[in-house]
Design a protein around this ligand. Structure first.
Ligand code: GLU
Length: 280
């Protein structure tokens, strides 16, 4: 199919107007292209994800009159497979174990980093071989070796969202400076980082167009690098603007006042919600 997209909420709270915007936009774009609209539950956070929230999400989506295609894909059903796939980077020399805390990382950085979305890891544990892995260690990607393994100075991806439309170039040197050696496996349970699980799923669900909020734009380069490392196809991305409250703050799960459930209880209609988010 030429156009396959998805809505991928985390069942950790009620859907709000921002989620409705994302789901309606993805659904409508799929239907306009004669494509498929899939539903994925990003429930790898086993503590915060609850079946009650998933049930409410399904209800809200059905009430919004958005019909998803095929069965729901639940990430919690695939954790073993994600971990097994992640481990294959070890023998390729692209992973190393890391026991640094946030405090260690801050202390090792000589100057504050500006203009990067997260602390770029200074490489303290980079010399450690995988054979030195201890329980509780995180697994980090050696980003320099990743580009070397890809034999690429730069990677590209296509974006169609209004704020960043065009072809984006991920330069190896810039990726080292701004992304760095990211954690791909979480401490403790060794569960893959959610941006990696999400990228695996986009490939496994044969997603051709990732439609999601602009807050996730900064994850895209690392997801593209990972997809390329695993030899998986890179979709086209479309990051949409976020719905904000009257003060201009983006909506969060705790903004129960704008929960779809609340609007439903107050007698709103699906068409009314479409009007509220500007997609009528
Ligand atoms: N699970 C993420 C969220 O609820 C979305 C991830 C994605 O669309 O790639 O914000």
């Amino acid at each position: 199919m030429a156009f396959v997209t998805r809505f991928a909420p985390s069942p950790t709270g009620p859907l709000h107007l921002g989620h409705a915007y994302s789901a309606i936009l993805a659904h409508d774009m799929a239907r306009a292209e004669g494509g498929a609209f899939l539903l994925r539950m990003e429930d790898t956070d086993l503590e915060r994800s609850k079946p009650e929230w998933e049930a409410l999400i399904r209800e809200d989506i059905a009430w919004l009159d958005l019909k998803w295609d095929g069965p729901i894909h639940r990430q919690s059903d695939h954790i073993g497979a994600y971990n097994a796939r992640l481990e294959t980077l070890g023998p390729r020399g692209l992973l190393y174990p890391c026991s640094c805390t946030r405090g260690d990382i801050r202390a090792a950085l000589s100057a504050p980093q500006e203009g990067v979305p997260h602390l770029v890891y200074p490489g303290t544990c980079r010399h450690r071989p995988m054979s030195d892995r201890r329980p509780g260690d995180a697994l980090r990607l050696d980003i320099a070796k990743a580009f070397a393994a890809l034999n690429a100075q730069a990677l590209t991806f296509a974006e169609t969202g209004p704020a960043h439309a065009g072809t984006h170039r991920i330069d190896a040197a810039a990726a080292k400076a701004t992304i760095g050696d990211v954690v791909l496996g979480r401490k403790g349970e060794n569960i893959v980082a959610y941006f990696l699980a999400s990228a695996f799923d986009d490939a496994d669900q044969k997603i051709t167009h990732v439609i999601r909020g602009e807050d996730l734009f900064d994850f895209t380069p690392v997801q593209v690098i990972l997809l390329r490392l695993f030899g998986l196809p890179v979709p086209t991305y479309h990051h949409h603007p976020l719905i904000r409250d009257d003060q201009g703050k983006r909506l969060a799960k705790r903004d129960d006042a704008r929960a779809i459930r609340r609007y439903r209880e107050e007698g709103a209609t699906p068409q009314g919600i479409r009007r509220m988010v500007g997609l009528a």
